[in-house]
Design a protein. Structure first.
Length: 95
């Protein structure tokens, strides 16, 4: 009976040892998979951030172009107003 218990104990210990080894291997594989996924996500994030920076630059360029066009239009309108005002003043002076 004692021998049977010793055999059972040794068998259980061996089973636990193998289970620990298998669990370690599974954890290693899970960790490797997680690290690969983290690396992929970091690459995707970096790519998205680069695209975002490019879009911001394009947007800023468009804003500057629109601002310049608006200023040019405003100057042209001021010139037209001045001409019309001068014309009206000359008409009044002559009249």
């Amino acid at each position: 009976m004692v021998n049977k218990l010793k055999e059972d104990l040794a068998s259980s210990q061996q089973t636990l040892k193998l289970a620990r080894i298998a669990a370690r291997e599974e954890l290693k594989l899970a960790q490797q998979a997680a690290q690969k996924e983290i690396k992929l996500l970091q690459e995707q994030l970096n790519s998205a951030m680069k695209r975002e920076k490019k879009l911001i630059k394009i947007g800023e360029k468009k804003i500057m172009e629109m601002l310049a066009a608006g200023e040019k239009w405003e100057k042209m309108q001021l010139v037209k107003i001045r001409k019309a005002t001068d014309k009206a003043i000359n008409k009044i002076k002559k009249g």
